[in-house]
Ligand binder design. Structure first.
Ligand code: ZN
Length: 266
């Protein structure tokens, strides 16, 4: 057994044309998951989203058109979140399933401060190194410039909006040391602790990033000490995108076959 830990499975960018295939796979293996959905994709593939809800999966908010929060103004971002939340409510109503909590993940994990996902300055030592490895290397980060004070203020305003609107994190007892420190403990949006980096082998990214093959991505997970370590609890990020559904399924299968247990979402 390689993976002696447990994880929450989070899947971004639904609903793809192939969401049904992914949902059928997860359902057949009894793997719980939360899908962070783009509003524009929900509008395109509404029936797949309804079907996922009816099969017991949780649908959550990933904004309407997947823009970076650092490049948009506050009012526009809030409108995107609210528009998507309304679509989600409608989907749950059509599915005749009671909606669970309100959960949100920023597109590209840009929380208003671009590649500076959390304020790295307030962490140090191994914790800072692990944060940078988790976020700066796991995402399509274009710049690691320290954000302006305005950007920090927008990030705080967005967190305040999410808080008053009732957004929470559905993950309990995450064991990463940085998950129990500083701003991460009070965040009202959903972060992750391990990116499977499936997006690095999509057509427009392949060859430009450290992981170039399916085997590279399997090895990334198999060599991650937090995923292999007994008793650990992680939040895994995967994607629901047409061109990588087979990759996504293969990577989840490799985790499950080698001992990973996936936890139910609240
Ligand atoms: Zn996304």
């Amino acid at each position: 057994m390689i993976f002696k830990s447990k994880s929450y499975l989070t899947i971004d960018d639904s609903a793809s044309e192939r969401m049904d295939d992914l949902v059928d796979y997860l359902y057949s293996k009894n793997i719980p998951a939360i899908f962070f959905c783009r509003g524009d994709m929900l509008d395109k593939n509404t029936s797949s989203a309804i079907r996922a809800v009816q099969k017991g999966f949780v649908l959550a908010n990933h904004a309407y058109s997947h823009q970076r929060a650092s490049q948009q103004i506050y009012d526009w971002i809030v409108a995107e979140i609210e528009r998507t939340e309304n679509i989600l409510e409608n989907i749950y109503a059509l599915a005749k399933v009671k909606k669970s909590g309100k959960y949100f993940r920023f597109p590209q994990l840009d929380r208003g401060t671009a590649g500076w996902i959390v304020d790295y300055d307030v962490y140090d030592g191994d914790v800072r190194d692990d944060l940078l490895k988790t976020f700066a290397q796991g995402l399509n980060v274009q710049s690691m410039d320290r954000p302006s004070l305005d950007a920090f203020a927008k990030k705080e305003a967005l967190q305040n909006y999410l808080k008053q609107a009732g957004y929470v994190q559905p993950f309990l007892d995450i064991t990463k040391p940085w998950y129990q420190l500083g701003e991460v403990t009070t965040a009202c949006d959903c972060l992750y602790t391990f990116s499977n980096c499936d997006w690095m082998i999509t057509e427009r990214h392949i060859g430009k990033w450290p992981y170039k093959t399916l085997q590279d991505l399997k090895d990334k997970a198999r060599s991650d000490v937090s995923l292999t370590g007994a008793g650990n609890v992680n939040v895994i990020l995967a994607h629901d995108q047409d061109e990588i559904i087979d990759v996504t399924i293969d990577l989840i299968e490799d985790l499950v076959e080698n001992g990973m247990e996936f936890l139910p979402i609240l």
